[in-house]
Design a protein around this ligand. Structure first.
Ligand code: ARG
Length: 472
């Protein structure tokens, strides 16, 4: 068969062709076709069709022979899709028509019966949900892996001290394990959001047909059960038209990328030779073509950059939906590329980050040296005075002037001997005793914060155990 004949045949077999006098122009064909990107739904389309055919057979709308022929044809098509030999044609617009036309070419009339009690509108909504459910599961697993990588590193550094920052100014000492656990908390909430979104994704649209349901005696619950959906969509107009579940995933994905981007920003900062808190494994960095000394943290920088496209995808989907009247509109064909891009970006990023975190080389001496600068234990001195009876505001004032005099002397609070410290604190200095030096050390500062949510090494270890239990 020539290409010309082939496309005429396909044009004739297209569900809507008899209504039209002329074929669409090449440009319109290319403009309206989605097969180039929706072909990645192929196996989900086949799964949906097989479940639909099984139901049609069960309720008496499809004969044994036709059902068996459909199963046989779909098996061949699946194999061809998998090995890459399936020939996709934009003459057939989308993944659904491509597969149906191939089925009909393979098995004849039985292939044409498959579309009974179904429309591409409920078919595509079903495919997207099946695909998204699998993507959510992959994303969730990768989120768990990244959390485990962070927990492993946090465990090694439960007692490693670095300066905690506010306004990017040294604030108070914290443990590196505690710092890493902040990201575990963020990712744990991200995972919860995905789990919650999955519940709403996991409802079957099939049976809604084009928009109004169907006059055939279908069994939607049977199809739902065979595809692993928890239930069916309860309104046919809503089932074929809304893509809020895709928006939810995109929003959850945007937050995941926000968290990854914040971590990336810190990694870039920590790896800067000016800071030097960590080194990233060479496999995540590149050199410069001109500056021989460079080792650039490309992977975190790119992840930070890719966050933008994931935000953009969310905005695309929100905008896609906002003006659509009920029920299905072709606008919805535009849901796929942003959604696919978000999932691909998330999955690649999470996969790479679990490995990247595992390859972080921590430099505890540099962290410690930085924590020793910037009066990180000034709050501890104020708290000490408060515990001796001074009101907090007065203690704050007294320590602030002591810090100022240390800046002038070019030393740290902990460097002062007891007499000098008492003198520069002023009248409240008499409250200070020899035990003060234990309070002003970095170790003393972090160890004192042992309440739930605090930075003490013992608390970090307890939190790690709690998270590991949760991730089992
Ligand atoms: N390719 C279409 C999509 O992705 C499938 C549904 C088309 N339905 C229609 N009535 N044109 O949305």
């Amino acid at each position: 068969m020539t290409d010309q004949n082939f496309s005429q045949l396909d044009h004739k077999t297209a569900a809507w062709s008899a209504r039209f006098d002329e074929p669409v122009s090449e440009l319109v064909k290319r403009y309206t076709a989605s097969v180039d990107f929706d072909k990645r739904l192929a196996e989900f389309d086949i799964d949906g069709s097989l479940a639909h055919a099984e139901m049609l057979h069960h309720v008496g709308l499809l004969s044994d022979d036709d059902h068996q022929a459909i199963i046989g044809g779909m098996t061949q098509i699946r194999a061809a899709v998998r090995d890459g030999s399936f020939e996709w044609s934009i003459d057939l617009e989308d993944v659904h028509l491509n597969i149906e036309a191939r089925l009909t070419r393979l098995i004849g009339d039985a292939g044409k019966r498959l579309h009974t009690a179904r429309s591409r509108n409920d078919q595509v909504a079903t495919d997207i949900r099946l695909w998204l459910r699998a993507s959510i599961d992959t994303t969730g697993q990768l989120l768990a892996n990244l959390q485990v990588a962070l927990l492993d590193l946090a465990e090694q550094h439960a007692a490693t001290i670095l300066p905690g920052f506010t306004h990017l100014q040294v604030a108070q000492p914290v443990t590196f394990g505690h710092h890493l656990l902040a990201y575990v908390e963020m990712l744990a909430r991200d995972a919860e959001r995905l789990t919650d979104c999955r519940k709403r994704v996991n409802q079957l649209p099939l049976g809604a047909a084009a928009l109004a349901g169907t006059s055939y005696p279908i069994d939607r619950e049977r199809v739902a059960a065979s595809l692993g959906f928890a239930g069916v969509c309860h309104n046919s107009l809503d089932a074929v038209s809304d893509r809020d579940f895709a928006i939810e995933y995109s929003a959850a994905g945007a937050l995941i990328m926000t968290h990854i981007s914040r971590l990336s920003e810190e990694l870039v900062l920590w790896m800067s030779p000016r800071v030097g808190f960590i080194d990233l494994a060479d496999r995540f960095c590149t050199g410069s073509s001109i500056m021989p000394q460079k080792k650039n943290p490309d992977v975190p920088e790119l992840a930070r950059g890719k966050t933008g496209r994931v935000y953009g995808n969310l905005m695309s989907l929100l905008t896609l939906m906002k003006g659509q009247p009920l029920a299905y509109n072709k606008d919805n064909q535009e849901d796929k590329e942003p959604l696919f891009d978000t999932a691909d970006t998330l999955i690649d990023t999470l996969r790479i980050f679990a490995d990247l975190v595992g390859g972080i080389r921590v430099k505890p001496e540099a962290m410690r040296a930085a924590a020793l600068q910037g009066f990180a234990t000034a709050t501890d001195l104020a708290d000490y005075l408060v515990k001796k009876g001074l009101p907090f505001r007065d203690a704050h004032e007294a320590v602030a002037s002591a810090v100022r005099s240390c800046v002038e002397r070019g030393c740290d609070l902990a460097d002062l001997d007891l007499t000098t410290l008492r003198a520069i604190i002023g009248p409240a200095g008499t409250l200070i005793e020899a035990d003060i030096h234990g309070v002003l050390t970095l170790e003393g500062s972090v160890a004192a914060r042992k309440h739930t949510g605090g930075t003490a090494p013992e608390r970090v270890r307890a939190e790690i155990a709690r998270h590991r239990q949760r991730l089992l």
